[in-house]
Design a protein. Structure first.
Length: 109
């Protein structure tokens, strides 16, 4: 299993749909990656300087995150960048950033 630091731009017109899918548990049902992507997106961070969303994700695919991109990520994010990291290293790198769900401008209704 490999771990990746993922960052991308949230597609704002689909942001609330994504939030509903993450927190309703709908994404958790996707096989084989639902639990991992749900955990990652529940804990996603927002960088207000770059306006990028960041998270660490575990994956078994080649190319990395192929199934996740097809089913979820390419729908809700653009300009995805994926960097291989050691387990926990990605989370540590973005630990000081605020939560996506609390600080992204689209969620400040």
């Amino acid at each position: 299993m490999a771990h990746y630091l993922v960052q991308g731009e949230l597609n704002e017109d689909k942001a609330h749909e994504l939030k509903n899918k993450v927190f309703s548990g709908e994404l958790r049902e996707l096989e084989p990656f639902g639990r991992a992507i749900t955990h990652s997106l529940e804990n996603a961070k927002f960088d207000p300087r770059s306006e990028m969303v960041l998270w660490e994700e575990e994956d078994y695919c080649t190319p990395p995150l192929a199934q996740e991109r097809e089913a979820v990520l390419d729908i809700y994010f653009s300009n995805l960048q994926i960097e291989k990291v050691d387990k926990g290293e990605g989370w540590q790198e973005i630990d000081d950033l605020p939560s996506l769900w609390k600080k992204h401008p689209v969620f400040r209704d």
